[in-house]
Design a protein around this ligand. Structure first.
Ligand SMILES: [Zn+2]
Length: 120
């Protein structure tokens, strides 16, 4: 089994951690926005209320997506720590770094993924 060079793993881990911080910041900002909107006391007409509700739902959707991505990054980082990260589970070859950066939870290299999709 070939694994990625340690320097690549470190680079990926670093980028994932940076993205983690970004996501935590995004979630905090979105939650603060929702909170701020909820605190506004002025009387709103029904249209404004509907708009506000819609904006809140968009924000909540963003938060949910961010949390999913955070969970995915967390799992990828745990696998980097465990030392079984970045290797295709089908052919045992290293997965391209670019692919891992784009999709940190990739378990198949591009060739095997294409084959899987062709069979599906
Ligand atoms: Zn493969």
């Amino acid at each position: 089994m070939t694994t990625l060079p340690t320097t690549d793993l470190q680079e990926i881990a670093q980028k994932l951690k940076a993205r983690q911080q970004e996501l935590l910041h995004e979630i905090a900002t979105a939650e603060a926005d929702i909170e701020a909107a909820a605190q506004t006391q002025e009387a709103l007409d029904p249209e404004e209320l509907a708009q506000r509700q819609e904006a809140k739902e968009v924000r909540l959707g963003e938060i949910a997506r961010d949390r999913n991505e955070l969970a995915s990054i967390g799992r990828a980082l745990a696998r980097i720590e465990a030392g079984d990260y970045g290797v295709c589970v089908a052919c045992g070859k290293p997965i391209a770094k670019e692919r891992l950066l784009a999709r940190p939870e990739s378990t198949h290299c591009i060739a095997c993924k294409a084959e899987l999709e062709a069979q599906a």
